[in-house]
Design a binder for this molecule. Structure first.
Ligand code: UDX
Ligand code: ADP
Length: 466
């Protein structure tokens, strides 16, 4: 039996940080060290003021405050942490490739491979390696190859333990997950490694919620879970367009179908499109894998979920342009929200980025307010698209830290993230400060359209006839 007392996690991002903080909180007997190459990020995790940690998640700062310095440590010394640990989680980023074969679809495993090589170089004894990042099926075998062939004779067991936490609810999801999935080899050593990780989670999670499978099932389950969730969002979003043409109301449709217990009420919220680091990337991965096995119909089937999502973002932006008399040139458009969903400062693949890009093509002036996203991040996201120069992005987009200021003098407001605080604003005051006719495009179905109309706004809510 392997008793784990020392864990290391490579990657202190949205997955590694919260997950390790929770393990440390729940397992005071385990020393958990989170390492990252990014010095700034580690410094932020170590900031004496726990409110300054780099990942915003409700409740996370309390978890970190409890465990940090006791059995939770953040460091840039990757090698010592690897050397010291019995179990190493790999939680590094695996973005979609932006070059070469599989460009735009396959996951870039550069960082994963670097990690594997580093572990192989540094490890002096046997280690259990846990894949935490979302990885395409069969990554474990690549990691294994590197470890076995470049290592110094140490034994490695590779486990797949995909993350199912959703950002914005990470602490809740980690505290009481629907399930924990652990995939490993069927050999005696593989089963012992699985058991060691099961024992870690069993410190707070009922054993019947800890599922064990082979490595490939575990890896594929992660992609599939996200593909199914994203498919629900694209399915409901596909109907918004139909609802906007007819008298049907998407909220009523969602409620009506969601009460069928076979369908269920969750993930039926119409929106300007899903974002986040997982959905698009995981589906693209699924599509890429299917195509690489020659399974065209399977690939096309899942690709449609992405096509629908891209259509929704573009459609939203085009609708704004149309309603603003087919020109937004020089007009001030205010964005409420930039994050890909509420309660997170993560902006990866956020619909706001694409809506902004589209409006900038039409020479709009955009003013952005988001309660948690920094100005640097917003410019980074726009520059990352590489559709125009950094100077042009700075010229076209202003980041404003007060929502009333952001909306003042605007022709229109676009609601792009479902932050709760937007519902509490003094909308009369906002209306009075805007150019008339004052228009609101609610891409999140968040605000009370009737109330806004009674103030004088012209409102277009996604999925209802204007
Ligand atoms: C997702 C999975 O939920 C999680 O299990 C996995 O580990 C990582 O990927 P996350 O990306 O953090 O989590 O957020 P999620 O809540 O799934 O939302 C994804 C996107 O879909 C967001 O942009 C959200 O606004 C959008 N969405 C979600 C909708 O538009 N409508 C819905 O009904 C639900
Ligand atoms: P996720 O949402 O998967 O957690 P993030 O991008 O938030 O993704 O976090 C991944 C982290 O992994 C980043 O902070 C990055 O600096 C770190 N990282 C990437 N490669 C390595 C490496 N070889 N060693 C240490 N840290 C790494």
């Amino acid at each position: 039996m392997i008793q784990i007392t020392k864990i290391c996690c490579i990657g202190a991002g949205y997955v590694g940080g919260p997950t390790m903080a929770m393990i440390a909180k729940k397992c005071p007997h385990i020393k958990v060290t989170v390492v990252d190459l990014n010095e700034q990020r580690i410094a932020a995790w170590n900031d004496p003021d726990v409110e300054n940690i780099p990942v915003y998640e409700p409740g996370l700062s309390d978890v970190v405050a409890e465990a940090r310095g006791r059995n939770l440590f953040f460091s840039t010394d990757v090698e010592s942490a690897i050397d010291d640990a019995q179990m190493i989680f790999i939680s590094v980023n695996t973005p979609t490739k932006t070059y070469g074969a599989g460009k735009g679809q396959a996951a870039d495993l550069k960082w994963i491979e670097l990690c594997a090589r580093q572990i192989a170089r540094v490890a002096k004894d046997n280690k259990i390696i846990v894949e935490k990042s979302t990885l395409p099926v069969r990554t474990a075998s690549a990691i294994k190859d590197i470890l076995i062939h470049t290592g110094n004779g140490s034994q490695f067991q590779i486990l797949s333990n995909p993350e199912f936490l959703a950002e914005g609810t990470a602490v809740e999801d980690l505290d009481a997950p629907d399930r924990v999935l652990i995939g490993g080899d069927s050999t005696v050593e593989g089963q012992a490694a699985i058991q060691a990780l099961v024992d870690v989670y069993a410190n707070w999670i009922p054993r019947e919620r800890i599922l064990t499978t082979n490595v490939w099932s575990s890896e594929l389950s992660k992609l599939t879970a996200n593909a199914f969730l994203a498919q629900r969002v694209s399915s409901i979003n596909s109907l918004t367009e139909l609802c906007e043409k007819t008298e049907a109301d998407i909220n009523e449709v969602a409620k009506a179908i969601g009460t069928d217990s076979r369908i269920g009420p969750k993930f039926l919220k119409a929106s300007v499109g899903f974002g986040g680091s997982c959905f698009q990337k995981d589906i693209l991965n699924l599509v890429y894998i299917a195509r690489s096995y020659g399974l065209q119909e399977v690939a096309d089937y899942w690709e449609q979920v992405i096509i629908m999502n891209d259509h929704q973002k573009k459609r939203f932006a085009n609708q704004m342009i149309k309603e603003l008399y087919n020109t937004v040139n020089g007009k001030k458009i205010s964005f409420l929200g930039w994050a890909f969903k509420k309660d997170t400062n993560d902006t990866r693949e956020s619909a706001a980025i694409y809506v902004a890009d589209h409006l900038l093509h039409e020479q709009a002036n955009i003013a952005v307010y988001d309660p948690k996203v920094s100005a640097d991040q917003i410019y980074f996201d726009l520059d990352y698209l590489a559709t125009r120069s950094s100077e042009e992005n700075k010229k076209g987009v202003k980041i404003i830290s007060d929502p009333y200021e952001a909306c003042k003098g605007a022709h229109a407001i676009a609601v792009l993230t479902e932050w709760d605080e937007f519902k509490t604003y003094d909308w009369k005051k906002i209306y009075d400060s805007m150019l008339k006719p004052a228009k609101i495009f609610d891409g999140r179905n968040l605000l009370n359209a009737d109330e806004l109309r009674s103030i004088g706004f012209l409102v277009q809510t996604i999925g209802t006839k204007a």
